[in-house]
Structures are given as C-alpha cells and as structure tokens.
Design a protein around this ligand. Structure first.
Ligand SMILES: NC(=O)c1ccc[n+]([C@@H]2O[C@H](COP(=O)([O-])OP(=O)(O)OC[C@H]3O[C@@H](n4cnc5c(N)ncnc54)[C@H](O)[C@@H]3O)[C@@H](O)[C@H]2O)c1
Length: 142
C-alpha cells in the first residue's frame, strides 16, 4: 500500500516508516522538521536499503498537501503534532492550531479512499481531555 505518513521523521513516525517499508509498503513522508533532524530520512534509507519519498512540508499548508495527496494514497497515518505537555499549557493556541487545524487541513485534501484508512496519533484525545478538565462540561467540542 502507498501510505502517507505525516510526522514521519519524528520518533514514532520514523519507526512506523521503517516497519512499513520492511513489510513491503510504500510510505511517503511529510514532515516540517520542526522537531526532527533531516538525517533521519537518510538513516531510514540506510536501515531499509531505500530512502522513502520525503516532502519537507507543513501539514497546515493546504496547497502543498493537495499537491502531495493528488498522487493518490491507500492509507494515511497522522503523527505530525506538537507534544510537549508544559508548552501546550503555556501556548494552547499554538497546539490547537498545529494539532487540530493541521488534521482538518489534511483530511480535507485527502481522497475518500485514504481517509477511510486513516490513523491519528493519540494527541488529539489527550488534548481534548486536558481541554475538558480546564473548561468543564460546558466546553464545546470541535
Ligand atoms: N512518543 C510516544 O511515546 C507516543 C506515544 C503515544 C502517542 N504519541 C503521539 O504520537 C505523535 C508523534 O509523537 P512523537 O513522539 O513521534 O513526536 P515527534 O515530535 O518525535 O514527531 C512529530 C513529528 O511531527 C513533525 N511535525 C509537527 N508539526 C508538524 C506540522 N505542522 N507539519 C509537519 N510536520 C510536523 C515534527 O517535526 C516531528 O518530526 C504525537 O501526537 C504523540 O502525542 C507518542
């Protein structure tokens, strides 16, 4: 399967990319390298024998995402997120914008077939739990 892996240069994403390649799939990595080193993609190539297709892009960039997903995907695994708990409390809007808007942007440009096989990281759930605790039961859902 051709699999879009957002945040594929990060900690979990890079391991997922290696596992996908070793299982015979074709991952395509999107990462803005805000929390990853460019050498990760080269290292994946050294481990698996082939460097994955890599796009240094931000998932909030709708135009770039539309162009990339126009290539067609069978599935998507969404790891691109900010995850520092302390920073998320200090800068909640940054986290909301990056982690929630980014997902919406990606989903809106995704094909119906890839959207039906989409896996998201746990951050949204954690963020929503934190938000509920801070806002109480009246907090509107997004
Ligand atoms: N590390 C864990 O043990 C663990 C466990 C469960 C869930 N998760 C969740 O999995 C996700 C990834 O975690 P991780 O530990 O690999 O984090 P990470 O920071 O190592 O990887 C995230 C990657 O996403 C990229 N990124 C962030 N915002 C982006 C954007 N707007 N556009 C493109 N790329 C962007 C970063 O550069 C980074 O490479 C997070 O949502 C995290 O909460 C992690």
């Amino acid at each position: 399967m051709r699999v879009l892996v957002t945040g594929g240069a990060g900690f979990v994403g890079s391991h997922a990319v290696v596992a996908l390649m070793e299982a015979g799939h074709e991952p395509v990595v999107i990462d803005n390298l805000s929390n990853a080193h460019p050498s990760v993609v080269r290292r994946i190539g050294e481990i698996t024998g082939t460097a994955p297709e890599f796009h240094e892009r931000d998932v909030r960039d709708r135009e770039a995402m539309a162009e990339i997903v126009s290539g067609g995907f069978d599935a998507c695994i969404h790891f691109a997120a900010l995850k520092a708990v302390g920073e998320s409390v200090e800068r909640p809007m940054l986290y909301y914008e990056n982690n929630m808007s980014a997902g919406r942007s990606r989903f809106s440009t995704s094909s119906p077939s890839s959207a039906s096989r989409t896996s998201c990281s746990a951050l949204r759930r954690r963020y929503m739990e934190m938000r509920r605790r801070r806002c109480g039961r009246t907090c509107p859902s997004v």
